[in-house]
Design a protein around this ligand. Structure first.
Ligand SMILES: [Zn+2]
Length: 194
């Protein structure tokens, strides 16, 4: 199996959620097991990785760390990923009729993203279809605010990533495309007027 390191099984749902939210995959995570902080901060920087796996969880059970040794989930403000909030991207609504789920996400290329959702059977379903896209200059913020507005419909779907690693899909909601779309349009208008 390629691309998924052995330590992936240790990651908590919050770690996986953090990776999904920030568009990270395992290539972006530096394996720093057995290294002192001084060493991994230097080597991870050379590899252009902001995030490391050190094999030791924080007090709340998160395994990913920043190169600085801080937990990016417990201390989101310490993380430069807020810049992603301001990135221009498509925000999309994908729908799985079989799962009766919708997913809100962001992507540079919607077609590629759809192909990935289908190929990876995101949340355990491979019948994803793109239902709506909206271009946003602050896509991360639009995505996050829309997901917050839909929080009561949020599901946590556990599924096997590439047939092996149990991940938790946290960006899926049990609601209608129409509802999600009206939320996205509302939030988008609010962000634009700020
Ligand atoms: Zn933490």
């Amino acid at each position: 199996m390629s691309g998924v390191p052995d330590y992936a099984v240790f990651l908590s749902p919050s770690d996986c959620d953090f990776m999904h939210k920030n568009g990270l995959n395992f290539r972006d995570v530096f394996d720093a097991r057995g290294m002192a902080k001084r060493q991994y901060s230097k080597e991870a920087k050379l590899c252009n990785s902001c995030v490391v796996f050190v094999g030791r969880a924080c007090n709340r059970g998160h395994f990913l760390k920043l190169r600085t040794g801080h937990c990016p989930i417990c201390r989101p403000s310490s993380f430069g990923f807020s810049k992603r909030y301001a990135e221009p991207r498509w925000v999309y609504i994908a729908h799985s009729p079989m799962g009766r789920l919708i997913k809100i996400g962001i992507a540079e290329c919607v077609e590629t993203r759809l192909a990935t959702l289908v190929k990876e059977s995101y949340a355990g379903f491979s019948d994803w279809k793109m239902k709506y896209t909206i271009w946003s200059e602050s896509a991360g913020k639009l995505e996050a605010d829309a997901q917050t507005a839909l929080a009561k419909y949020r599901m946590c779907e556990e599924y096997y990533y590439k047939g092996q690693v149990m991940l938790c899909a946290r960006e899926v909601f049990r609601t209608s495309v129409r509802k999600a779309r009206s939320v996205l349009e509302e939030v988008s208008a609010r962000i634009d007027s700020q």
